[in-house]
Design a protein around this ligand. Structure first.
Ligand code: 13P
Length: 253
C-alpha cells in the first residue's frame, strides 16, 4: 500500500505576510495524524521562513524549481543544496509552466533531477500532455518521452514521485475524469516498471495534478494508481487544501 502524498504548489503566490497567515490556518486545521504525506512548495523567498513555520508539524517543505549546478556564475538561479539547507525535503522539477514559459526540456530536466537527488532532495517530476496532444491521440507517446528523456534506472526510485498533470487541466477548472486520470497513471506506472522494475514501480507514488478541488478529490484519489495530488490554486486556501488531504486519507483506508 502506498502512502498518499499531497503537495501544494503555491506557484508565484503569497508574500511573506500572506504566507504566514496561510500557514497559521493550515497548522490549525490539519490533523497531525492524517495517513498522508503533506508538503507545501513555496517560492524561493519563502522557503526559509516557512521552514520555521512548519517546524514541529507534519508538513514538509518543497521548492518549485532548482538549478543543476551546486554553485557558480548563474545569476538569478538557486542550487539544490541551497534549497536543501533552507529546509526543503522536496523540489518540483519539470512543471509544465517551466517547460512552457522557460523552455525547459529533457536534457536540462534530467540534469536537474540528478542534481536534486544528489543534494539529498526528493523530487516531484511533472509530466503531462497539452490539449492538442491529447486530441491528436499522443498522450501516451508524450508521457513516454517525458519519462524516457529524464528518468533512468540509476536514479533512486524511492526518492522520486511522478506528478501527472495534463496541461489542459491546470488552472482551467477542467479536471481529468477519474477514468482519464487512472488510464494515464496506469500507463505511467507501466513505464516506471520498465525503468525501475515492477517492485520499484509498485512503491512509487504518482500524483495527479490539474484543478484538484475538494469537490473532485475523493473521486480522483479513489483511482487505484492515483497516490495523491499536486494542488495549485486550491492549496492557497487552507480549508480547501485540508479537505483534499482528508480525501486522500479517506481513499487510502
Ligand atoms: P491547479 O490546481 O491550479 O490547476 O494547478 C495544478 C498545478 O499546476 C500544480 O502543480
Amino acid at each position: 500500500m502506498r502512502r498518499p502524498f499531497v503537495a501544494g504548489n503555491w506557484k508565484m503566490n503569497n508574500t511573506l505576510t500572506e504566507a504566514r497567515a496561510l500557514m497559521r490556518e493550515l497548522r490549525e486545521q490539519l490533523s497531525p495524524q492524517a495517513a498522508v504525506d503533506v508538503a507545501v512548495c513555496t517560492p524561493h523567498t519563502l522557503l526559509y521562513p516557512m521552514g520555521r513555520e512548519i517546524d514541529g508539524t507534519a508538513i514538509a517543505l518543497g521548492a518549485q524549481n532548482c538549478h543543476f549546478e551546486p554553485s557558480g556564475a548563474f545569476t538569478g538561479e538557486v542550487s539544490p543544496r541551497m534549497i536543501k539547507e533552507a529546509g526543503c525535503t522536496y523540489v518540483i522539477v519539470g512543471h509544465s509552466e517551466r517547460r512552457q514559459h522557460f523552455a525547459e526540456g529533457g536534457e536540462i530536466l534530467k540534469r536537474k533531477v540528478e542534481a536534486a537527488l544528489q543534494a539529498g532532495l526528493d523530487v516531484i517530476y511533472c509530466i503531462g500532455e497539452t490539449l492538442e496532444q491529447r486530441q491528436q491521440g499522443e498522450t501516451e507517446a508524450v508521457l513516454d518521452r517525458q519519462m524516457a528523456e529524464v528518468l533512468h534506472g540509476g536514479l533512486d526510485a524511492g526518492r522520486l514521485t511522478v506528478a501527472y498533470e495534463p496541461v489542459w487541466a491546470i488552472g482551467t477548472g477542467v479536471t481529468a475524469t477519474a477514468e482519464q486520470a487512472q488510464a494515464s497513471h496506469e500507463f505511467v506506472r507501466s513505464k516506471l516498471a520498465s525503468i525501475f522494475g515492477a517492485s520499484g514501480a509498485a512503491k512509487m507514488r504518482i500524483q495527479y495534478g490539474g484543478s484538484v478541488k475538494p469537490g473532485n478529490a475523493a473521486e480522483l484519489m479513489a483511482c487505484p494508481d492515483v497516490d495523491g495530488a499536486l494542488v495549485g490554486g486550491a492549496s492557497l486556501v487552507a480549508g480547501d487544501f485540508v479537505a483534499i488531504i482528508a480525501a486522500a486519507a479517506a481513499a487510502s483506508r
